[in-house]
Write a protein that binds this ligand. Structure first.
Ligand code: UT7
Length: 325
């Protein structure tokens, strides 16, 4: 049966200029390049300049995605920005980006699902487009996690980086089969029992401060590898597709060991896995669109390829989306 699909029209990303390597961190805290690489695969990360808020990164990523799509802001009627590091408590970073793009039409809002934010935003935009209410969405993941890190806590501060990525999704009629281009299915989950495993210890409604990131790394690791694969299996099941048919697996980039263990568990061949955590660190909601952009620009992801995105984040939240590019 024919149905509206959300097709990827364009993609873009932006990384702040300043690169901080593990060797740089070694000089200012009790850590080592070897420890960070062995435990996480991270070699370096980008850090935003003091005058570069999250929206500034998001605007640049959105402009790059629009240019890639051959579109202008006038063609967009929905902006969803996934972020846990908004410029302000309110208004939303999405409206800052809308203003920065010179847009005063359409709707713009933020979505907060921490590292799963981009997957949640793709699923949400897809439902808006499928309903017929909107035609073209900018879906953005933008973060400045460097601002919510405790730089005296070596167990967390070496893991994260800043950046932004964006895609343009466009509504188009499909046949309703898994051969269609576009978002074929999405599966979102959360379980608030784990809310204190990865959190920021401040906020306007509790402490009236911004707070810093706290994480029980081992528990997050165990959950990420042990549980999260359910949503990927659900995506294959819902579409009647298989890991063999999958062309690219683009998971949230938190830790190389989590990524490779998850792919192995799911029966996804290592050469299909896109890894950028070595160069970007964990950029939370920005990590998947950043990785997608790298794999598009270097020619790996091509039109028609079956691409699985998947993430886990604070909450816990987790989710997957299967996209035919
Ligand atoms: O986006 C989703 C959110 N985040 C994640 O997915 C992260 C999930 N968790 C992880 O990736 C891992 O748990 C970490 C990378 C955070 C930690 O790796 P681990 O293998 O679980 O290490 P650990 O916490 O068990 O620590 C091992 C040792 C400890 O020393 P002792 O107690 O054995 O003497 C730590 O104190 O490593 C020490 N350590 C460090 N050493 C050097 C912790 N952080 C560092 C560091 N440099 N930065």
């Amino acid at each position: 049966m024919k149905r509206i699909r959300s097709i990827v029209r364009g993609i873009g990303s932006y990384l702040p200029e300043r690169v901080v390597t593990n060797y740089d961190l070694e000089k200012v805290m009790d850590t080592s390049h070897d420890w960070i690489v062995q435990r996480t695969g991270i070699e370096e990360r980008h850090i935003a300049a003091d005058d570069e808020p999250t929206s500034a990164l998001g605007i640049k990523a959105a402009q790059a995605a629009l240019a890639d799509a051959g579109l202008t802001p006038a063609d967009i009627d929905l902006i969803i920005c996934a972020t846990s590091t908004p410029d302000y408590t309110f208004p939303s970073t999405a409206t800052q980006i809308q203003f920065g793009l010179g847009m005063s039409h359409g709707a713009a809002f933020d979505l907060q699902a921490v590292c799963t934010g981009f997957v949640y935003a793709v699923a949400t935009a897809d439902k808006f487009l499928a309903s017929g209410s909107h035609k073209r969405a900018l879906v953005i993941g933008a973060e400045t996690f460097s601002r919510i890190l405790d730089w005296n806590d070596r167990t967390t501060c070496v893991l994260f980086g800043d950046g932004a990525g964006a895609i343009v999704l466009e509504a188009a009629e499909g046949e309703g089969t898994s051969a269609d281009r576009g978002v074929l299915t999405s599966h979102l989950r959360s379980d608030g029992r784990y809310r204190d495993k990865l959190y920021v210890d401040g906020g306007p409604g509790s402490t009236k401060t911004t707070g810093v990131l706290k994480m029980e790394g081992r528990d997050v690791f165990r959950f990420a590898v042990g549980m999260v694969t359910d949503v990927v299996a659900d995506a294959f099941k819902a579409t009647g597709t298989t890991p063999e048919e999958l062309k690219w697996f683009v998971p949230h980039q938190a830790n190389k060991r989590i990524i490779t263990a998850s792919a192995e568990k799911l029966g996804i061949a290592p050469e299909k896995v896109v890894i950028t955590v070595n160069k970007h660190g964990n950029t939370s909601a920005a990590s998947i669109p950043l990785a997608l952009d790298v794999a598009c620009k270097d020619g790996r992801i091509k039109k028609g390829d079956l691409v699985m995105i998947e993430a886990i984040g604070g909450g816990f939240t987790w989710g997957s989306a299967l996209i035919r590019w």
